[in-house]
Design a protein around this ligand. Sequence first.
Ligand code: SAM
Length: 251
Amino acid sequence: EPVLYVIATPIGNLGDLSARAVSLLGEVDLIAAEDTRHTGRLLAYFNIKSTLISVHDHNEVARAEMIIDQLSQGKRVALVSDAGTPLISDPGYALVRRVREAGYQVSPVPGCCAFVAALSAAGLPSDRFMFIGFLPARRQARLKSLEELVGQSCTLVFYESTHRILDSLQDMIEVFGPAREAVVARELTKTFETFRQGALAELLAWMQADSNQQKGEFVVLVRGAEPVVPDDESVDPRSEAVLRLLADELP
Ligand code: SAM
């Protein structure tokens, strides 16, 4: 039966590839990978010999037609990205959308996802959170994105790379204030896995003081804004006017 499996791969520790992912990767007729060399190494480690083709942001639409053609011949196809869950700050959305539109089954094979791993161990509220992923590369656009989030009361979850981690923390301090609580989760499931909790300003100072802490891959989790409790003096003048009107009308 034709199906596109969306398969999560490890974010560091190869032991995290699920048993079902290993069997399906070996069984499918075709594996569509973000980077065939990268996935080639993963497949070699598990001694999997399935055919690989590349699917990335630049050829995804054309590749979708090719994959739909394979599915129409009854083939089974897998989609993987370099690390973690495809479509989560990774290519795949256009492909999944097209394959579903064409009427074929798309089935997830869940596993690693860096932000879920970070959230599960960071010790910040996890009941409500907002996944933002990567902030824009340009400073003005980054500040604007952060400003849109300043009043959010749920935990905010960001992805960051070694190149921009210091700049992003700096901008978070500027927008959220130096005292806002945050957690930096670095190199999850790898040798130098590190969690560090503190005020944004402390986290930046700690990272600036130790260049090793600036290396690798990061999830940054920022505690949501404290809900604003209005006191009597700060009642919205508009609601006060409405209340007065209502009071006048009441018998
Ligand atoms: N699809 C992936 C997932 O499911 O998490 C995310 C891919 S995105 C291109 C790569 C970013 O994910 C990194 O820059 C980092 O922010 C985060 N990330 C991936 N692996 C990580 C790890 N082992 N530790 C911390 N963050 C990681």
